[in-house]
Design a protein around this ligand. Sequence first.
Ligand code: UD1
Length: 424
Amino acid sequence: MDRIRINGGRQLKGTIPISGAKNAALPLMIASLLTADRLTLKNVPNLADVNLLARILRNHGVDLAVDGKRSGPNPYLGETFHLTARDIADTVAPYEMVSRMRASFWVLGPLVARMGQAKVSLPGGCAIGTRPVDMHLMGLRALGAELDIDAGYVLARAPKGLRGAHIVFPKVSVGATHNVLLAAALAKGETLIENAAREPEVGDVASCLVKMGARIEGIGSSTLRIQGRDSLEGAVHTVLPDRIETGTFAFAVAATGGDVMLEGARYDLLQTALEVLERTGATVAQENGGVRVTRNGNYLEPVAIDTQPFPGFPTDLQAQLMALMTRAQGTSVIRETIFENRFMHVQELARLGADIQLHGDTATVRGAPVMATDLRASVSLVIAGLMADGETTINRVYHLDRGFERLEEKLSRCGAAIERLSAA
Ligand code: UD1
C-alpha cells in the first residue's frame, strides 16, 4: 500500500483547486437509476469511492461513459459522467460491494421505486460508531415498500409502486434523507419529509431531481415536499464544490501559516467551520472565484465546538480541527455529537506528541509542540505532519484516496514538502 511522506514546517502559498463534492457526486450518480434517459454529471471528482460506485451501478445495468479523462493540460477539472439506466439488468447490490462503501446502500430506494423490487446488502463503510439504517427502512416502509431482512440483505418489494407519505425523521440523517428523497421522486402523489438533513449535498440532489422532472419545495430547509412522477427525464447537472475538501485545506493553511486561494470554493457552504477558523486567528474571505485563507504569526487561539448537522460544525472536519488545535496556545474542547467512536485519530495524534484527553464524546486538547513518527492514515495526520518539525510518514493512505483527490499534488503546488511513496 502507498505511503505519504511529509517534511513539515513549511508555509502553504498559492492556489488549490477545489474538486466536486464526493458526498454529492455519489447520490447524484445513484439518481441515474430513476430514469431511462441520460443523466449527465459535470465536475465529478476522481476518487476511489466514485469509481467503486461506478462499478456497482454498472452491475445494475447503468451505462456509464466518461468525458474529459484528465490526462490533458488541466488534470484538476472534474470529469463528466454520462449515466444511462435504460434497462436495469440486476436489482441486487451484493455484499462484496456495499460493504466497502456505505453510500451504495442508497440504491435501495431508487431501485424499489423504479423496479418494484431490490435486494441490497446491509452496508459497511467507515468504522465510526454503529451507523444503523433503521431510518432508511422506516422511510421506505412509509412509502409502501415491504421490507424483510434476510442473511444480511434487505429484500424490498413494491409490486404496485411506491406512494407518497408523511415521514418525520426522529433525528437528522443525510443518508436516510437521500434514500427517501430519491424514492419519493418516483412515488405516486406527495411525500412530506420533516427533519430532513439540510446538508448542501441534499439540496444539490434535490435540485438535480427538479431538473429531471420532480417537483420539490423546501430545498435547503428541513421540510421537503416532493410531488412524485411516474417517470423522470434526463438532465445535465454540475456537482457543487466539496466543502469538506475546502475546510481541510483551509485548516491546513491555518496550521502551517501562509496564503492560499481555494479556487471554486464557496464560503456559504461552510460558514460555521470557517468562522471557527477565523476565531483561531486565520483570515478567511470570499473572493472572486473562491475562498482565500491567510494566517501570519504563530499564535493560534483555542476553541470550543460541538459537531452538529448542517449548518453546524461538520463532523467530517472534526479531526482536522483537532489536529490544528494541538498547536493552539491553550485548551480546546471538541465534542462529537454525530458519531460515537469518531476519535480514532486521537491515538495517532498522541503519537505525534499531542496532549488529548477523551471523556465520552468530548476531547480536551492541550496545545503543545508536536514531533514526527510513523502514522496510520487520516487527513488530520497530514495536517499534523505539515505542522510538525521534521519528517512524518503516513501509512495506509487508501482512506485518503477515498475522499481526497490528488491531495499531495494540490499541497505540493503550494510549497508543502509532501510526496507519495508507491508500494513497489
Ligand atoms: C453522511 C456523509 C458523511 C457524514 C455524515 C454526517 C456521505 C456519503 N456521507 O453519512 O461523510 O459524516 O453524513 O454528516 O454523504 N443514523 C441512525 N439511523 C439511520 C441512519 C443514521 O441512527 O437509519 C445515525 C448515524 O448512526 C449517525 C447519525 O444518524 O449517528 C448521522 O448519520 P447520517 O447522517 O445518516 O450519515 P451518513 O449518511 O452515513
